[in-house]
Ligand binder design. Structure first.
Ligand code: ZN
Length: 310
């Protein structure tokens, strides 16, 4: 199987060297911004660790199949439990106990710790004890936005892989060839998400699915045609869905910002859009209160039409 990340050639070189020498470290830290591929790299390393073949990962042995299906019994993940902000000491205690059990089907056990920086110092110190005398057949993968958020004593016992966002051209190439997104659309997504592939893919999914975003365009067109009543009709399906209404507001903000930018040379027209944008900015915070959503849409339609008529 080929290395799964776009760019990040240095990391690829080090991992290839580790595989070639068959000397997997006991602990690695993967650090990087959201969407840079931390989880993807962690899953790849875990598969390298459990694959029983000579040139891992082979992607065809049983261990690789189980790893791909995220059901390998020797790959365990730890992350903050639901509704909790931190990985608890209890979770690390449990991890510590299992780490000394022998693996089920693979040669090694792998522990992937998501959001490792959410361990408080006491939990990190507990983990440190395992890292100081690691069981021979274990790989710990700590995922974090920045290794600097972990205790130095932990970092010093790990190999640190720092992920960087690839160049615009590399990202574009990836989205068009590997994800089959048309070039224009891919370029627009990357621009909106500062060249972050993960975020661009999430946005694409979100835009594809979101009724709120689609309604924002219809609503805006109706206001442009001076028909606030038909604008209101479009929003009826959103009136019971606060989440989609938030997406509506987000999209509307983007529509208006784009309009303001594009009409900078026509001050009168730009002013209309600026007024519409001001109205949206005034009303959006009410979405975080108990405002009746139908009232939100009515007020927005009336204020945006007013801006248009002035
Ligand atoms: Zn394999």
């Amino acid at each position: 199987m080929s290395f799964p990340l776009v760019s990040n050639k240095r990391i690829k070189t080090s991992i290839d060297a580790i595989i070639a020498s068959n000397r997997l470290p006991h602990a690695v830290i993967i650090e990087g911004d959201v969407g840079t591929g931390k989880r993807t790299l962690a899953r790849y390393l875990a598969k390298v660790a459990v694959c029983g073949e000579k040139n891992p990962p082979c992607d065809s042995c049983r261990n690789c199949h189980l790893a791909n299906a995220l059901t390998h019994p020797d790959i365990e993940t730890v992350s903050p439990e639901e509704k909790k902000a931190n990985i608890t000491k209890g979770q690390i205690e449990a991890l510590r106990t299992t780490a000394y059990h022998s693996a089920h089907t693979a040669k090694r056990r792998v522990f992937i710790v998501h959001d490792a920086h959410t361990m408080n110092p006491a939990s990190q110190n507990l983990l440190l004890k395992v890292l100081e005398e690691p069981p021979s057949d274990v790989l710990f993968i700590l995922i974090t936005t920045s290794a600097s958020l972990l205790l130095e004593t932990i970092v010093s016992r790990c190999i640190v892989f720092s992920l960087f966002a690839p160049s615009f051209e590399e990202s574009l190439q990836y989205l068009t060839s590997a994800c089959n997104i048309p070039s224009d659309e891919a370029a627009a997504l990357l621009k909106e998400e500062n060249n972050n592939i993960g975020k661009a893919l999430l946005r694409q999914q979100d835009e594809g699915d979101s009724q709120g975003r689609a309604v924002a365009h219809d609503f805006f067109d109706a206001i442009e045609k001076a028909s606030p009543l038909s604008a209101m009709l479009y929003t009826v399906p959103l009136e019971k869905d606060r989440n989609e209404t938030m997406k509506f507001a987000e999209e509307m903000s983007e529509i208006l910002i784009a309009k303001i930018k594009n009409t900078g040379h026509l001050p009168e027209t730009a002013r209309e859009f600026i007024k519409m944008y001001d109205a949206l900015c005034q009303l959006t915070p009410t979405l975080y209160t108990n405002i009746n959503l139908s009232l939100f849409f009515t007020s927005l339609a009336s204020k945006m039409s007013e801006a248009k008529n002035k």
